[in-house]
Design a binder for this molecule. Structure first.
Ligand code: ARG
Length: 572
């Protein structure tokens, strides 16, 4: 099958080439949705000036030369309105139904490194990390579905000076008690206790500082203790990942510690090549185009004056590894928007160093903050930060209350509650553009109406129930598809856009566009279902056609939600 928008775009381009010359064959035809037709091409307006002709005249020339499976009409100042033929749409929809990939093309394979989740072991995992996890996992799923080789990288904050006091505190507490606390998600309690001793107990702070030195040197006993701390912490992260149903595994962990041994060499190499220079005793890269106060060049500091390395140094070692060893064609960093400057300077410095060649695309998918109903950073009512696992469990419990009156057995209800609770939280993260803030609100995200995860899950369950009631199998539904009613036609047109949306989401790293598409699809289905009886259709032909449209909708919604990492319960 072919994507309707693509067919129209190519039709307009051929018309442009035929009318104005081959140099116009690659012109963007500016295809947009239209109120008066399926789509409109706005290119006549943009071309008019260049051609020295009136826009409406240009539109007429396009219309005279166009050859599409449908009709053309000109309106307004120079809109070319395009309407596809019903028969063509019906045939395309039937092809989509027969296509395992539902019209999603497989792209030329690239190696895509996706850096996401990346909580810090020295601090509590917070809702911001929930969002980087959820958005990153959706991007992983989309890129894999598009045929790319995806390498997940969970760049844990697992190294640096705080680990001196964290290890000493582990010794004070006793290994067993420390492990129990950390794996229960009490990382914050642990960290604060260590911090308090560090600030108030000179003997402890001396030990902690000495421990940083043996840690940097990767002394075996210190590393043993560090591993105990990290393993317990990772055990908690894994509980969160399992509850959420994300695809991250232990082998995807490549935290800051992984790059420790390379940092000295990174600095030496950059210094030797004159890419990094000493400035007030600190070793810095000054990537072009970055200025701070008084227009002074902004440093990207890779070694402090005391000899210590930082986040910039590890990230340079990391990007070099991803390009040289992992052979990345594209590196996607799913990280908080607050780190935008760091990321820009990292990319610019890495390009300067020759570690990020032009043909490798690096992008920062900026993640906006999650806010509480007070508009401030999301915290519990008591003002404390939130344990993520408890938050997820609360989502599940609230979802259980939503479906409490359903007459299913206990196990089914628990499954539904899990899928709906997690679906609600994930969809809330995904449906707003990744760089905007949003307010975390259980009531809104769990609503069964509106642009929510549960609404879309419910839409699939409703379609399944049509098939159950009629004793039909959606997998055995073949059509043929007829598009007699405008609502049938509108639904088919909507469904045919699936492939284009998925590739757009991959190209732009924008999962919210898939959410918007799925919501529109569910709405188109509702309009169809309100207007066109399926089981009680007037004729057997209509019934088969409508069952086919319903089956196709079910598959598009299920596949789309799966790409977002959202499960669909069979019933709801
Ligand atoms: N651990 C960092 C944080 O919590 C995120 C790390 C992201 N990845 C990276 N390569 N810098 O803010």
């Amino acid at each position: 099958m072919t994507d309707p928008q693509l067919v129209l775009a190519e039709g307009v381009q051929r018309a442009l080439a035929a009318a104005f010359g081959p140099e116009y064959a690659a012109e963007d035809p500016l295809i947009r949705p239209s109120q008066f037709a399926d789509y409109q091409a706005n290119v006549a307006m943009s071309l008019a000036r260049r051609l020295g002709r009136a826009p409406r005249e240009v539109a007429q020339v396009i219309a005279d030369h166009i050859d599409i499976p449908g009709t053309v009409q000109i309106s307004g100042p120079g809109f070319v309105n395009l309407t596809l033929a019903d028969g063509w749409l019906a045939a395309q929809a039937a092809e989509q139904l027969a296509d395992e990939r539902l019209g999603v093309a497989t792209e030329a394979q690239q190696t895509v490194v996706i850096d996401y989740s990346a909580p810090n072991a020295a601090k509590e995992m917070h809702v911001g990390h929930l969002r980087t996890t959820v958005v990153g996992d959706a991007l992983v799923r989309v890129q894999e579905h598009l045929g790319h080789h995806v390498i997940r990288q969970n760049h844990l904050g697992d190294w640096g000076t705080p680990f001196g006091m964290l290890i000493e505190h582990l010794l004070d507490m006793g290994e067993e008690a420390a492990v129990a606390q950390l794996s229960a998600g009490e990382g914050n309690v642990y960290y604060q206790a260590a911090r308090a001793k560090f600030d108030g107990d000179p003997d402890f702070s001396k030990r902690a500082k000495a421990r940083v030195v043996t840690l940097q040197a990767e002394d075996p006993e210190t590393m043993r203790l560090w591993h105990i701390f990290m393993n317990a912490t990772i055990r908690y992260f894994n509980k969160v990942y399992t509850q959420l149903g994300v695809t991250l595994r232990d082998e995807d962990i490549a935290g800051e510690s992984r790059y420790n041994a390379m940092l000295g060499q990174v600095c030496d190499d950059l210094q030797k090549r004159g890419i990094a220079v000493l400035s007030d005793g600190a070793l810095c890269v000054f990537p072009p185009g970055f200025t701070g106060r008084e227009n002074l060049p902004l440093p990207f500091m890779i070694r402090k004056s005391d000899g210590g390395y930082g986040y910039a140094t590890t990230d340079l070692a990391t990007i070099r590894h991803r390009v040289q060893d992992l052979k990345a064609d594209r590196i996607t960093y799913v990280i908080g928007a607050t780190q935008a400057l760091h990321m820009q300077m990292l990319f610019a410095s890495a390009r300067l160093a020759g570690w990020l060649p032009d043909e490798v695309r690096a992008e920062h998918v900026q993640i906006g903050s999650v806010l509480g109903s007070d508009g401030k950073m999301f915290k519990t009512r008591a003002g404390k930060s939130i344990k993520l696992l408890e938050l997820l469990e609360e989502g599940e419990a609230r979802a259980a209350a939503v479906v409490a009156d359903r007459a299913y057995d206990e196990a089914t209800r628990a499954e539904i509650a899990h899928a709906v609770g997690m679906g609600a939280i994930k969809y809330a993260d995904l449906s707003v553009s990744h760089d905007s803030e949003y307010v975390f609100d259980f009531d809104r995200m769990l609503a069964l109406t509106g642009n929510t995860g549960p609404y879309l899950q419910y839409a699939t369950a409703r379609i399944r129930s049509i098939f159950r009631r009629g004793e039909y199998d959606p997998a055995e539904t073949r059509g043929p598809i007829l598009l007699g009613h405008p609502a049938e036609r509108a639904l088919a047109l909507q469904l045919l856009g699936f492939g284009a949306v998925v590739s757009e989401v991959g190209a732009a790293s924008a999962p919210h566009r898939l959410c918007a598409y799925l919501f529109d699809t569910a709405s188109a289905f509702t309009t169809f279902y309100d207007n066109c009886p399926v089981l009680k259709a007037g004729s057997e032909e209509d019934r088969q056609s409508r069952l086919a449209l319903a089956a196709l909708t079910l598959r598009v919604l299920t596949q789309g939600l799966d790409l977002l990492g959202i499960e669909v319960p069979e019933r709801m």
